[in-house]
Write a protein that binds this ligand. Sequence first.
Ligand code: UFG
Length: 324
Amino acid sequence: MPKRILVTGGAGYIGSHTVKRLLERGYAVTVLDNMENGNPLPFDVDFVEADIGDTPKVREILEGREIDAVVHFAASAQVAESVRDPRKYYRNNVLAGMGLLDGLMDAGVDKIVFSSSCATYGVPDAIPIDEGETQVPINPYGWTKLFFERILRDYDAAYGLRSVSLRYFNAAGADEDGEIGEMHDPETHVIPILLEVALGKRPGFSVFGTDYDTRDGSCIRDYVHVTDLADAHIAALEYLFKGGRTDAFNLGTGDGISVLELVDAVERITGKKLKVAMEARRPGDPAVLVADNRKAREILGWVPEKSSLDNIVETAWKWHSRKV
Ligand code: UFG
């Protein structure tokens, strides 16, 4: 019998790519998503439309389907919105998440992989960022992720719920088959915005800040391909099934790319010249976020093999240009 994994938020961007990889790898999958941010999945999978905070429903799903472990993506994930409306973030990401954990524990499920974020580090003291870096978030979104990591650690100590928290850097790119990709509403992420400019759906692109202390003055981020992220969740599940202890891992490539370098890559790969304006800094953007990924490589055996800049932009372009 294949192991059955419950994927919360499985209709979202990273969730849907993980569901696809789990199915390809022979796992049985149940998706739980309230469809607030999700998109219908283009492949066959056991799907329940419900909220993670609905503990009786979660318990019923877990007990009825003999779930072996949970991968928990469901969350609100826009930094700026979290500053405007923190109540939504603490309610969805902490309170509803605790409801999910109640359902897990009631049903005797004791393994969970959690979507955390490099936003838990705030403005880091050192680059590249390793997992020992101080975690002082600079926005409510980051705090909700950090609180949930803390809850998971305490729940292991008290109740034996083992977990892996995966701290994503900048998720990017799309499934190589062009079947699923990144689609947010509203879109705030840099690569989809650049591609929408290339497609003529937006008049131009604004570089937020050109006076940072970086090689070209624009912000540097660590873009990691969504399929590599998906594979890290499978590695984390396998680690937990083998008895691995509760821990947290950075998921990034270790290579920083600047916003201006992204503009060049998008122009080269799409063959379109973009209208680009140099604008003021966006509040709350750290100058550089780059991962030290040695821990995930060593302990999970994870290698971000699809995360070259060209592959990220090419797969994202294939997805975005297909939608026209
Ligand atoms: N950027 C622009 N112009 C745009 C959009 C973005 O110049 O139109 C720049 C941003 O200023 C930033 C970079 O592109 O320097 C990346 O911005 P994104 O909004 O794509 O991503 P962030 O780095 O802000 O956000 C990511 C994740 C969040 C996570 C955060 C941690 O998407 O989930 O990192 O800081 F919380």
